[in-house]
Design a protein around this ligand. Structure first.
Ligand code: ZN
Ligand code: ZN
Length: 418
C-alpha cells in the first residue's frame, strides 16, 4: 500500500491525528486573528490618543462658534445663506485628489534657502510721525503697520513662527518679525480681514489684547476674539459696506471673494472682507484675501481714489482661481478701486501655494509695467511714504518662475478680466 492511499482511506488513528492537527491549525489561526485584532485595537487607540492630543493642543487656537444671539445677527446679513456666509459668484476649484496630487509633487524654490534679512524696527523708530501723514511699514505677509493722519492701525497681525493651530507644525516664516511684539508703538486699532491662520493668529491677539483699545473685524470673527479674552466692548464687527469710526478714522468693510474657517467643521461661518481706511487727509485700501470680483469698481467709485492700495499677490493657483487674485489680477483690482500706488502683500513670508516664492513679485513687475501702475517693493520691516515712493529695487534673488503665459490664473464667472 502506498502512503498516499493510506491517507485517502484513513484509519481511525490517522483520522484522530488529522482532527487534532486541524484543531491545532484552527487554534493558531484564532490566535493569529486575535493578535491582529489586538494590534489594530492598539493602533486605533494610539491614533485616537494622537488626535486627542493634537486636538487638545489646537483647541484654543481654533476659536469659538457664534452664540445664538450672534447667529441671529448673521442671518440678517445679505451675505448669509443656509447657515454660512457666501460669495456672490460661484467658486470653481479642482477636485480634492487633483490638488493633493499636485501638492505631493511640490514646487521648485517655494521657500528661500536661508532666512530672509529684514529691516529691524524698534518702538523709538515710530516716535517721529511721517512727514506726509501716511507711512506704511510691511511686517511681512498681510501684517502692516499703517500710520495715517496721526493714527496707527495694525492689519492682520501674525507674529508667531508658524501660521497654524499648532506651534510645532504648519507653514513656517521665511523671516523673523521685523519688530518684536513688545516693541510695537501704541496702536489705535487692530484690523482683521478674515479668520484664516495666516491673518488671525491666536497667540498674537492674546499678546496684543492688553495694549489695543479696538479690534475691527468682519461679521462673526468677534466670537474668536471674545473666546480668547478680548473684552466685548473692544470688538467692532461689520458686514460689507458697513462702517465704524475709531477716533477720526473711518473704517469701511468692503466685499472680498474668498472663504473662511479654522477647522474642518467651520467653513464659511465667519465673513471675509477687504477694508477701506479713511482719515481726514489720506485713505488706503487693504484687500485682505480675495479673488477677482466686480465690486472692486464700486469700492473705487464710492471711496477712491486711494493714496495706496495694499493688495494680495501670492498663494494663487489655477486650481483655486476664485480664492486668490494672483499678480495680474491684483494690478486690475488696483486700477478698479482707483489706487495711486500699489503695495503688494501676502507674499514673501509663508509658503502657502505651489509657486516659486519670488514669482508673485516677478509677475507683478511685468503686469505693473504693462498697465503703467506705480508700485513699491519694500522688504519686511522697510517703510514707505506713498507721497514719496522709493523706486522699485529687487531685494529678492533671481529665481526661475512661471510667467502668466505658462501658468495663467484668472478667476471664473467674470467677463474676461485679462
Ligand atoms: Zn485666506
Ligand atoms: Zn491668506
Amino acid at each position: 500500500m502506498l502512503p498516499g492511499q493510506t491517507n485517502q482511506e484513513g484509519s481511525p488513528l490517522n483520522e484522530q491525528a488529522l482532527r487534532g492537527a486541524g484543531k491545532g491549525r484552527q487554534r493558531s489561526r484564532r490566535r493569529r486573528r486575535a493578535r491582529i485584532l489586538r494590534g489594530l485595537g492598539y493602533l486605533v487607540g494610539l491614533l485616537m490618543l494622537a488626535a486627542l492630543i493634537l486636538g487638545g493642543l489646537a483647541w484654543r487656537s481654533c476659536g469659538a462658534a457664534a452664540t445664538e444671539s450672534q447667529l441671529a445677527l448673521h442671518r440678517r446679513s445679505p451675505q448669509y445663506r443656509a447657515g454660512r456666509f457666501a460669495n456672490r459668484l460661484p467658486t470653481t476649484q479642482a477636485g480634492f485628489f487633483a490638488i493633493l496630487r499636485r501638492w505631493l509633487s511640490g514646487a521648485a524654490h517655494s521657500e528661500p534657502d536661508k532666512p530672509l534679512a529684514v529691516v529691524s524696527r524698534r518702538a523709538a523708530d515710530f516716535s517721529n510721525p511721517p512727514k506726509s501723514g501716511l507711512r506704511l511699514t510691511w511686517l511681512g505677509h498681510s501684517s502692516l503697520l499703517i500710520e495715517i493722519d496721526g493714527r496707527r492701525v495694525l492689519t492682520d497681525p501674525v507674529f508667531s513662527e508658524r501660521c497654524s493651530p499648532w506651534t510645532f507644525y504648519g507653514p513656517r516664516r521665511f523671516h523673523p518679525p521685523p519688530i518684536p511684539l513688545e516693541e510695537l508703538p501704541a496702536l489705535d486699532l487692530v484690523l482683521i480681514s478674515h479668520d484664516h491662520y495666516d491673518h488671525l493668529d491666536y497667540r498674537t491677539i492674546v499678546a496684543l489684547n492688553e495694549r489695543v483699545p479696538r479690534f475691527v473685524v468682519p461679521l462673526g470673527v468677534g466670537a474668536h476674539l471674545a473666546y480668547w479674552g478680548v473684552a466685548q466692548e473692544k470688538i467692532i464687527e461689520r458686514d460689507w459696506w458697513q462702517s465704524t469710526d475709531v477716533a477720526d478714522l473711518r473704517l469701511i468693510a468692503t466685499p472680498a471673494r474668498h472663504f473662511s474657517g479654522r477647522t474642518l467643521w467651520d467653513r464659511d461661518r465667519t465673513l471675509w472682507a477687504s477694508w477701506v481706511i479713511a482719515g481726514p487727509r489720506h485713505r488706503v485700501y487693504f484687500s485682505g484675501d480675495t479673488a477677482m470680483l466686480p465690486q472692486f469698481t464700486e469700492i473705487g467709485k464710492r471711496y477712491g481714489p486711494f493714496d495706496a492700495t495694499m493688495i494680495e499677490v501670492g498663494a494663487y493657483n489655477a486650481m483655486w482661481p476664485d480664492v486668490h487674485l494672483g499678480p495680474e489680477q491684483a494690478v486690475q483690482a488696483h486700477l478698479m478701486v482707483r489706487g495711486r500706488l500699489l503695495f503688494p502683500i501676502h507674499w514673501g513670508t509663508f509658503n502657502l501655494a505651489l509657486h516659486a516664492w519670488t514669482e508673485p513679485v516677478e509677475r507683478l513687475a511685468v503686469a505693473a509695467t504693462k498697465y503703467g501702475v506705480r508700485w513699491v517693493s519694500p522688504r519686511p520691516g522697510q517703510w514707505i511714504e506713498p507721497a514719496v515712493p522709493p523706486a522699485v529695487q529687487a531685494w529678492w534673488p533671481k529665481l526661475p518662475f512661471k510667467t502668466v503665459a505658462e501658468d495663467p490664473v484668472f478667476s471664473s464667472g467674470l467677463q474676461d478680466s485679462r
